[in-house]
Design a protein around this ligand. Structure first.
Ligand code: X2W
Length: 287
């Protein structure tokens, strides 16, 4: 058996890596980073632990992380158990009065609390809320044909600032309150974009299950402008399920977010790779 006990040189190398991280940590100290964790990017318990650990690390080095989650596959699973089949129109779930109850229970209950617990288990302090809490996200009906699907029309992120003041990490379910007491189901990307814009976030990281935006030859493009995205969409290079993500990115940038990154949340340490290495991850969109 080879001796794997770390040598003095190994410890020096570890200390050197930590030291080299200082300017990188300084770059995002004080930055607000909104992270959208999609249901498809939520993997095994081990992957969730790793994600949570990265979020806690960011918080420790001065980032203000704000998590907005999805959970589409988990909602499908619960609806299936009840024998309900959902229809999607342009990526949005047609949500009737019974469905919205399941959506709220699954997102605010199961999915949100799983993330909260994972962050807390790594030594962070997370709190699970939805767009209803502190009137964070007020919505209007998107389209009568979609039922209780909402479009955010007013965000009140002041409460999130008070959480940041106490180093508490918000984990937000994309559920909105209507002005007449309704509960609205909001697409997770849309909710993350609206909250990031209200916070004038430095970064919006959209963690999904694709490597990023691809050009006509199928290569992932590492950086592009909103104009390039509009052109690629007009040319049909960006299509299908990517369009809601790129639209979210464009709206967020119009709303004051400095940059949006679409990246593969299944890659280990995706958020750290993006923020703290020159390599980056996925596709960065900024003017
Ligand atoms: C989504 C909310 C969850 C979500 C839904 O009901 O599935 C609408 O479609 P992912 O995992 O990010 O796709 N809402 C209106 O967005 O989850």
């Amino acid at each position: 058996m080879p001796d794997t006990t770390p040598t003095n040189a190994d410890w020096v190398a570890t200390a050197s890596t930590l030291s080299q991280a200082l300017p990188l940590f300084q770059r995002y100290a004080g930055a607000t980073v909104v992270i959208k964790l999609g249901g498809h990017a939520m993997g095994s318990d081990a992957a969730m632990r790793s994600f949570a650990r990265d979020v806690v690390l960011m918080s420790h080095v001065g980032v203000n992380p704000v998590i907005v989650h999805g959970g589409g596959p988990m909602i499908n699973e619960m609806l299936e158990k009840q024998g309900v089949v959902s229809d999607f129109v342009h990526g949005k779930r047609v949500t009737d009065a019974e469905t919205i109850k399941v959506v709220e229970m699954v997102l605010s209950g199961l999915v949100g609390k799983r993330i909260v617990q994972a962050i807390n288990a790594e030594g962070g302090r997370a709190i699970g809320i939805s767009g209803k809490d502190a009137s964070l996200m007020i919505c209007e009906q998107t389209d009568p044909a979609l039922g209780f699907v909402g479009t955010p029309v007013e965000c009140n992120p002041k409460f999130l600032q008070s959480l940041n003041d106490t180093k508490t990490i918000p984990v937000i379910a994309p559920i909105g309150a209507g002005r007449n007491g309704e509960t609205f189901n909001v697409n997770g990307d849309t909710a993350a974009g609206a909250i990031a814009a209200a916070l004038k976030a430095d970064r919006l990281l959209l963690l999904t299950d694709v490597a990023g935006l691809k050009d006509a030859s199928g290569e992932v493009v590492s950086e592009m402008t909103p104009e390039a995205i509009r052109q690629m969409t007009a040319d049909g290079v960006i299509q299908g399920g990517m369009i809601p993500k790129t639209q979210t990115a464009l709206d967020a940038i119009d709303g004051g977010v400095r940059a949006v990154v679409i990246l593969d949340g299944r890659v280990p340490h995706a958020c750290l790779l993006e923020l703290y290495t020159e390599h980056g991850a996925g596709s960065l969109i900024r003017t």
